[in-house]
Design a binder for this molecule. Structure first.
Ligand code: GAP
Length: 462
């Protein structure tokens, strides 16, 4: 059955996430904490599966990329060298009537006026002043705003600072994971038997003081990034940039995202050192928005860290004895945004007999639960015992779930909603023949299969 446009509206996805334990608003029993979310029992499985797929594609299957897990806290000098202390900001305005704090570039964009987050404060204020009559505060509808100001997104902390005025010398929670990669570049080079070109990949938390955080987990103040920096010879950077563009596009197709819901967005307003920057955008329920950024960054990052640390980070190529500062191709994706894209893509409502079933058509390797095992009846000990034995075998290989609650139809619906690709029912025939019914999520087809063949069958499907 065809899925209608409204089927995967954000509201429905948010409701499913809450109802089935994928995502909870942070600190809910204390009335919540803005722009932070927690992943529940099924959410953590899905997020882990996304990270596993990324790690497999970016590290395991490549002999030119190695992994890293650097700390969230780093020397504050790193954030000066990277330019974040001075330049990592969004334009902020305040509604004079209701005092809502708003992102000026987003307000312009929502009014259909082109603005780029990389524009300077002056540039954006000129556009804002020209168009202010067309712009309305989303809370109270007023068009009376304060002039735009740059607001720094770095989150400060007082870690290790025991003076009373620690704000003068703050430490920071990292604003992006890749700085940990740059500052470990030499350690990896000296220890991991790599030579240029090679990449370093890492998955980890990042923190930003986002001004407006709407659209569920799309923009949050604490989030996880999956970043890879690929170090190249300067003359080869663009060649590898093109290769990584292809690889990253194909990654999303491999996750089960359809090409019609993906598009490239080229950044016209580049920072001075960048050669090229593209985003891969996904058609979220609220429109095409950035899923991942790919940047040809030149040698800016290593040059800055060389300057600020006083350590020479240039590379001596053993093949021709040439010394140069490596250039960088960056691929930078968010776990939360991939999670939301995968859920938006997978969410379907379909007629099933008299009812409508909600089904998450997730790629099996992403599904939180791979297989559910049911005894036909809860009050027949011999069925429960046999179903438990099947479950105990399968759980050694797969994230499995045992469910004996309610009628079989209801149990199927529960598993469909969380995207479980296979359900197995143990019935009276199973006691005689040692076989079970296996039901496939998308087609709802059922067939009999011998218990001894279950692991082999699932291994070919998942
Ligand atoms: N190192 C480059 C960098 O951090 P970015 O475009 O700021 O680039 C990269 O972020 C990716 O991180 C984005 O494409 C998005 O998937 C994710 N991301 C950034 N800010 C986010 C936020 N506030 N909430 C959730 N994900 C975010």
């Amino acid at each position: 059955m065809k899925k209608s446009d409204a089927d995967n509206s954000l509201e429905k996805i948010v409701s499913l996430c809450k109802r089935r334990g994928f995502v909870f608003p942070s600190s809910e029993i204390y009335d919540g904490f803005t722009a932070v979310y927690d992943f529940g029992p099924y959410g953590v499985e899905l997020a882990n599966n996304i990270k596993k797929e990324w790690w497999k594609a970016m590290v395991q299957l490549r002999d030119d990329v190695v992994g890293l897990d650097s700390a969230i806290f780093m020397s504050p000098k790193i954030w000066e060298a990277s330019g974040h202390v001075k330049g990592f900001s969004d334009p902020l305005t305040e509604c004079k009537k209701c005092h809502s704090r708003l992102r000026l570039d987003t307000l312009l964009e929502e009014a259909g006026i082109f603005a780029d987050e990389k524009m300077s404060e002056e540039e954006i204020n000129v556009i804002f002043d020209k168009n202010v009559k067309k712009i309305k505060c989303p809370t109270c509808g007023s068009s009376d705003f304060t002039p735009g100001k740059k607001f720094n997104l770095l989150v400060q902390s007082n870690l290790g600072n025991f003076t009373s005025d620690w704000t003068k010398e703050p430490t920071y929670l990292r604003g992006e994971t890749c700085q940990g990669i740059y500052v470990n570049y030499k350690n990896v080079l000296d220890t991991a038997r790599v030579k240029i070109p090679f990449g370093i990949a890492q998955i980890g938390k990042a923190f930003r003081n986002e001004i407006t955080a709407r659209q569920f987990i799309f923009r949050t103040r604490e989030f996880e990034q999956m970043e890879m920096q690929y170090f190249t010879r300067p003359e080869e950077m663009m060649k590898y940039y093109e290769e990584w563009k292809k690889a990253r596009w194909n990654f999303y197709l491999d996750l089960g995202i359809s090409a019609k819901n993906l598009q490239w967005h080229k950044h016209e307003n580049l920072v001075f050192y960048a050669k090229e920057a593209y985003d891969i955008e996904y058609k979220f329920p609220f429109g095409f928005k950035e899923l991942e950024g790919l940047h040809a960054r030149g040698d800016y990052d290593l040059t800055q860290h060389s300057k600020f640390s006083g350590k020479d980070l240039s590379y001596l190529d053993p093949s021709d004895n040439q010394k140069f500062m490596p250039t960088v191709v960056e691929t930078s994706a968010g776990v939360g945004r991939t999670f939301l894209a995968v859920l938006s893509e997978a969410y379907h409502e379909e007629a099933a007999g008299e009812e409508t079933r909600v089904v998450l058509k997730l790629k099996p390797s992403l599904a939180p639960i791979k297989v559910a095992v049911f005894p036909l009846l809860k009050n027949k000990p011999e069925l429960v015992k046999k179903a438990r034995a099947v479950f105990d075998t399968l759980k050694m290989n797969y994230r499995a779930e045992f469910d004996d609650n309610g009628n079989i139809g209801k149990r199927y619906r529960r598993q469909d909603e969380i995207g479980t690709p296979y359900c197995i029912t143990v019935d009276f025939d199973s006691l005689e023949n040692d076989d079970v019914t296996i039901r496939e999520r998308d087609t709802m087809e059922q067939k009999r299969i011998n218990i001894n063949e279950l692991v082999k069958f699932l291994s070919t499907k998942i």
